[in-house]
Design a protein around this ligand. Structure first.
Ligand SMILES: Nc1ncnc2c1ncn2[C@@H]1O[C@H](COP(=O)(O)OP(=O)(O)OP(=O)(O)O)[C@@H](O)[C@H]1O
Ligand SMILES: [Mg+2]
Length: 397
């Protein structure tokens, strides 16, 4: 795999554009290239999806099949893309999943370096996603900015962890015993963000995902890492040089000029044992302490959030809070459309039986999109994990 963007440039997937797959997904445009295939944005009725294609030729082990199995297993966590289906045609394996926004690599390339606030909110979310997958006995093994995409909801913008093609179980789910610490020849993952132990060929465990996240955060803050652009005769030699450089640079040198908490983060994760359970709270607290010291608000306003988005988001939040204050119902549901350009609100009234008699309601519910945000306003908190039951709902477009 290349230093970073191992992309598939000889465009053998170009003919997918404008075709319909699985009798319903119209592939509109290509949104990503990877080492194993490519990703298209596709439409079915009013909904948009991401379709990941992998050519079936010469495929001994399908990495896409592995990804589909793992994503299905991890279903339910909101920071992991929802999988719709996995199917094989004569030519391709196809994974249909939730459409997301731009990757962190996109924003890093565009803005060069990201602010401390943006990196803290992102890092904090990613830590919780890693804790979730680790609890489910899975390590990702390729944490990098290209594999972290922003969601399309604009109220509580989430960063999603994608690309589980290299993910695998690191321990038995029944005994919780780690698989043995074997030493292999090659590296699994991306050298730029790989942990020192992964570059040495050691079997990966939870500590390696966390070390990679440390390098990702420093890359986003600094705009680059000291071991980028190393020239070598072969992939093996370059990986060796990257390893030497990583070992040679202390955490304090790497984090120089940034809050000391990032250095503490790296020192903590680099000192974890192979089987050790990381204390995710300690790591999250480090990032929250940076937020607190700098009076940053955890408001999902990132370096790329536009004024228009902030304005609409504030309006929607204000409106929902007012609704809650005036509401007698303990459990109220809201459906928020992510298309901020046409922000309007619809009230749905209930009849006495609690069922909905507004004829517009059904019409409106038919226009839901897969990544609409479903909010349940309960105990004065927005909980977006719920699916709406439509007995008392409000739709904001
Ligand atoms: N669900 C999605 N919604 C929007 N964009 C996506 C989605 N999945 C992937 N992408 C985009 O496509 C790119 C490649 O996807 P992915 O990482 O899954 O492919 P890959 O072939 O496994 O890549 P590599 O091995 O190079 O990491 C991502 O970096 C991202 O920009
Ligand atoms: Mg990828």
């Amino acid at each position: 795999m290349a230093d970073n963007n191992s992309s598939n440039d000889n465009d053998e997937y170009a003919n997918i554009k404008d075709k319909i797959f699985l009798n319903k997904y119209h592939c509109i445009s290509k949104i990503g290239n990877g080492a194993f295939g490519c990703i298209y944005k596709a439409q079915n009725n009013q909904e948009y999806f991401a379709l990941k294609f992998e050519k079936r030729k010469d495929q001994k082990h399908s990495s896409l099949e592995n990804e589909a199995i793992i994503l299905n297993y991890l279903k339910g966590k909101t920071n992991i893309p929802n999988v719709k289906s996995y199917t094989s045609t004569d030519e391709y394996n196809i994974l249909v999943m939730q459409l997301l926004g731009k990757s962190l690599e996109f924003y890093s390339e565009k803005l060069y370096s990201l602010s401390i606030k943006t990196v803290c909110i992102l890092g904090h979310q990613i830590l919780s996603t890693l804790e979730f997958i680790h609890d489910k006995h899975i390590v990702h093994r390729d944490i990098k900015p290209d594999n972290l995409c922003m969601g399309l909801d604009y109220i509580s913008q989430k960063v999603f962890l994608i690309d589980f093609g290299l993910a695998k179980k690191y321990r038995s789910s029944s005994t919780l015993c780690h698989y043995p610490l074997v030493i292999k020849k090659g590296l699994t993952g991306t050298p730029r963000y790989a942990s020192i132990n992964a570059l040495k060929g050691y079997e990966q465990s939870r500590r390696d995902d966390l070390e990679s996240l440390g390098y990702v955060m420093m890359y986003l803050l600094r705009g680059e890492l000291p071991w980028q652009g190393i020239i070598a005769k072969s992939k093996e030699e370059r990986n060796k040089k990257i390893l030497e450089k990583k070992i040679g640079i202390s955490s304090s040198e790497l984090c120089d000029g940034f809050p000391i908490e990032f250095e503490k983060y790296l020192d903590y994760v680099k000192n974890l044992e192979y089987t050790e359970t990381p204390d995710y709270d300690i790591l999250r607290d480090l990032l929250m302490s940076v937020m607190k010291q700098n009076n940053f608000r955890y408001d999902y306003v990132f370096d790329w959030t536009t004024r228009e988005e902030i304005r609409v988001r504030d309006n929607v939040e204000f409106w929902l809070k007012e609704e809650f204050k005036n509401s007698s119902s303990k459990n109220k549901y809201y459906i928020v459309n992510r298309n901020i350009k046409s922000s309007r609100k619809y009230n749905v009234n209930n009849n006495k039986n609690g069922t909905n008699n507004d004829t517009n309601f059904n019409k409106l519910t038919n226009t839901y999109q897969s990544n609409d945000l479903f909010l349940n306003l309960k105990d004065n908190k927005f909980n977006d994990e719920v699916k709406v039951n439509c007995s008392s709902a409000c739709i904001i477009f």
